[in-house]
Design a protein around this ligand. Structure first.
Ligand SMILES: NC(=O)c1ccc[n+]([C@@H]2O[C@H](COP(=O)([O-])OP(=O)(O)OC[C@H]3O[C@@H](n4cnc5c(N)ncnc54)[C@H](O)[C@@H]3O)[C@@H](O)[C@H]2O)c1
Length: 354
């Protein structure tokens, strides 16, 4: 069992040396993190840690220079380790990230940052006290299509955002310890937060646990923002085909973002205008269906960019795009979903972000 002790001395290394990283949790996602750390010249995957010997053996065969261990305590005690990357189940995020921060390590923890906003706040406070980087792994914030759409929104090209509707559904991977909102919700919630630069003021939700009793595997979530924008997020582990489709409707243009397409972003110069609102009774709307543009996107692996941002935050002290504060806001959004579900889908007011 983890019994973290405060270590005031931070891990140090010369400025031009790679950030030495230990990756903890080598299940489905962890190996992707090791691969990207290995490819990024500013980092070195020093140690890989998992409780399971079989996954350690498989990882060791693939990365013979990376040291393998089953002991997280040994990882934290190792003075060579500058930073710890945590890809364990959500319930382990808080105790492991807290122990790593207390051991003087910078921490990257997979999404969601923690299993409650109280835990997320605790981690943020510890990181601030220790002067260490704490970064949640909201990978989509580093995805070229997501970054492109943020630029389109922020530059005003789409006009005022009326609404966003998004579907993230597939058959599998059912989780037994968290609901679909905790598993897939962080992706869409972090994207919406990044695009709109605001957290919702009201959240409501409907869900059902179809396969595992009391583990919701489908959720329909409504979000209302102070700016007037509204969003609908559909999440499911139970669908006949994979959909990763988001529609953004603005007063000037519309965007369809399909992460499974060879043209992931399509910008539609389409819309509707009411030329004389006072004569609305005559329904004289003008519809515009203009060009459809599929912008060129940078070919970059989001995880690589994410690791780069983490290492840059360690070196320069800059705040990563996927900041701990954003991670906390995402956790609050999921908690609002849970709160709505516990009260028959009522509209739940969100606390204002600091
Ligand atoms: N950013 C993304 O796009 C993305 C995608 C998938 C998963 N994730 C996140 O990654 C995390 C892991 O998900 P997963 O699907 O890989 O889970 P998983 O269950 O497949 O793997 C978790 C691994 O952690 C290990 N583990 C658990 N406790 C440990 C401990 N105390 N010490 C060492 N190892 C321990 C387990 O043995 C297992 O191998 C979750 O937080 C999930 O939300 C992120």
């Amino acid at each position: 069992m983890l019994e973290p002790t405060d270590i005031s001395k931070k891990a140090t290394r010369s400025d031009d040396a790679p950030v030495r990283i230990a990756v903890v949790g080598l299940g489905y996602w962890g190996p992707n993190l090791i691969r990207n750390i290995n490819e990024f010249p500013g980092a070195e995957a020093l140690i890989a840690c998992d409780l399971r010997k079989d996954v350690l053996e498989a990882t060791g065969r693939r990365y013979p220079t990376v040291e393998m261990t089953t002991s997280f305590v040994d990882v934290l005690a190792d003075p060579r380790v500058d930073a710890v990357v945590i890809a364990t189940p959500v319930t382990r995020h808080h105790p492991m990230a807290l122990a790593a921060l207390r051991a003087g390590k910078h921490v990257f923890v997979e999404k969601p940052l923690a299993a409650s906003s109280e835990q997320a706040e605790d981690l943020i406070a510890q990181a601030e006290r220790s002067g260490l980087v704490l970064m949640p792994g909201h990978t989509f914030l580093y995805s070229p299509p997501v970054m492109m759409i943020r630029d389109l929104i922020q530059s005003g090209e789409l006009g005022d955002i009326y609404f966003i509707s998004t579907s993230r559904v597939n058959l599998g991977l059912h989780q037994s310890d968290v609901s679909v909102a905790w598993d897939l919700g962080p992706h869409d919630f972090s994207i919406l937060r990044y695009w709109l630069d605001e957290t919702p003021s009201v959240v409501s939700a409907l869900s059902r646990g179809c396969i595992i009793p009391n583990v919701p595997d489908v959720a329909f979530i409504n979000l209302e923002f102070g700016s007037g924008a509204v969003a609908h997020v559909e999440l499911s582990w139970l669908a006949p085909s994979k959909l990763r489709r988001t529609t953004v409707v603005g007063s000037r243009k519309m965007v369809v973002y399909d992460d499974t397409s060879s043209e992931p972003v399509r910008v539609f110069d389409s819309g509707a205008v009411l030329p004389n609102p006072e004569t609305f009774g005559e329904y004289k709307l003008t519809y515009r269906t203009g060009d459809i543009v599929s912008p060129h996107l940078e070919a970059a692996e989001p995880l690589y960019r994410e690791i780069e941002d983490f290492c840059s935050a360690i070196r320069t002290g800059t705040e990563p795009r996927s900041s701990a504060e954003l991670g906390l806001e995402v956790v609050r959004m999921i908690e609002a979903v849970d709160s709505s579900l516990q009260h028959s889908g009522v509209r739940v007011d969100m606390p204002l972000a600091a």
